[in-house]
Design a protein around this ligand. Structure first.
Ligand code: NDP
Length: 348
């Protein structure tokens, strides 16, 4: 038997309400370390916290592909770790593996069938990137832009990204530039984030929505209007961006985090004014769900890996240490405490 620590759901924040660290509880428990056929023992290296988890904190997630987290049960989400012993022919000791349903536990016994083996060379040994730039968030950014953005080289396109300094947003803007947008403008929640976007990631401009006059600054930064909008946040920010979009332009409906602590369906209803703008200007706004595009994942991950290695895509991360800080890190990310991908380092 092995001593391990895990994080369980202590309480729900309610459909209306911000999550707090007290919604999570750290526990000591033991793991029966004898493996059945097909099982592997893994040591957790990094865990991911993501906005969709807010839905899993509700009794009803509102999405058929998401199951609710259960009170007093171990939580789960994206994770990466290393195989310590194996009764599954596909895995050997030392293999690096990931899963979308990794338990929030320092070690775990998992079925080999729920794991994917990954090659550390793809990320030059930065294993946390498998949860971000060379994982789900990178895929969301790349495939979102490619499947919904209609970015055309030589067409002088302007892209706006909301939630621009976050995990998806920071990659999406760089993909937009790479694919030929002449201008990429980010909207985010602090001056430090604005500086990182412009100075480190080569965004054309950045707007702090908490401090600045967004409509006026957008006009200034996007003199030819907006052709592509990668929307991570929804709400007032998106109403403003959409009001400045060109005819025949495209919204990539990636997420609406400004509404996740409210009891509204997904996607949340638009204002009458915004609906009218979309219709009058013939703007597309189709929902994008990365899970529906996984047939393109292998090729896309290869491309992301190459871009990260070559430095064409720069990766920003906010890393917190220790399984005891999972709840804190999740709540911080939901309030904008992260620059780039929020990950938690569980062991060396
Ligand atoms: P981020 O790294 O972007 O973290 C969340 C960020 O949201 C915070 O840093 C904060 O930045 C911003 N934010 C929080 N509250 C608000 C608010 N009220 N108004 C504006 N911004 C806010 O997370 P991810 O990159 O993982 O996710 C970004 C979006 O992409 C989410 O909406 C998520 O649901 C969506 N997503 C969609 C997927 C899909 O398949 N469609 C897959 C993965 C993610 P700031 O300081 O700027 O406020």
């Amino acid at each position: 038997r092995m001593q391990v620590q895990r994080v369980v759901l202590n309480s729900r924040p309610g459909n209306n309400g911000a999550p707090v660290p007290e919604n999570f509880r750290l526990e000591d428990t033991t793991l029966a370390a004898d493996l059945s056929d097909g099982e592997v023992l893994v040591r957790t290296l990094y865990l991911s916290v993501d906005p969709y988890m807010r839905c899993r904190m509700n009794e009803d997630t509102g999405a058929d592909y998401l199951t609710p987290w259960q009170l007093s049960k171990c939580l789960d989400g994206g994770g990466v770790g290393v195989v310590e012993s194996s009764h599954c022919s596909s895995y050997a000791v030392g293999d690096v593996v990931t899963s979308f349903n990794w338990p929030w536990q320092t070690h775990a016994v998992m079925k080999g069938s729920v794991l994917q083996k990954v090659n550390p060379q793809l990320v030059d040994g930065h294993l946390s990137y498998f949860l971000g730039a060379v994982g789900m968030t990178g895929l969301t950014a790349l495939l979102g832009v490619r499947e919904r953005g209609h970015v055309t080289k030589g067409a002088n396109h302007t892209m706006v990204v909301s939630g621009a300094a976050g995990a998806c947003g920071s990659i999406a803007g760089q993909i937009g530039k790479m694919d030929g947008c002449v201008r990429v403008v980010g909207i985010c929640g602090s001056d430090e984030k604005c500086r990182a976007l412009v100075e480190d990631l080569d965004f054309s401009a950045a707007i702090n929505y908490r401090q600045e006059d967004v409509p006026a600054r957008l006009k200034e930064c996007c003199p030819d209007g907006v052709d592509v909008y990668f929307d991570n946040v929804g709400g007032v920010t998106s109403d403003t961006v959409i009001s400045q979009m060109n005819s025949g332009s495209h919204v990539i409906l990636c997420g609406q985090i400004s509404q996740y602590n409210k009891d509204v369906p997904y996607p949340p209803p638009l204002t009458v004014e915004t609906q009218e703008v979309l219709q009058r200007k013939n703007i597309t706004r189709e929902r994008f769900v990365v899970l529906n595009h996984m047939s393109k994942a292998d090729a896309a991950l290869c491309e992301l890996s190459q871009c990260v290695k070559s430095g064409q895509i720069k990766v920003l991360e906010t890393v917190v240490n220790g399984i005891g800080n999972m709840g804190e890190a999740f709540c911080s990310m939901m309030k904008g405490g992260n620059i780039g991908k929020q990950v938690i380092k569980i062991s060396e």
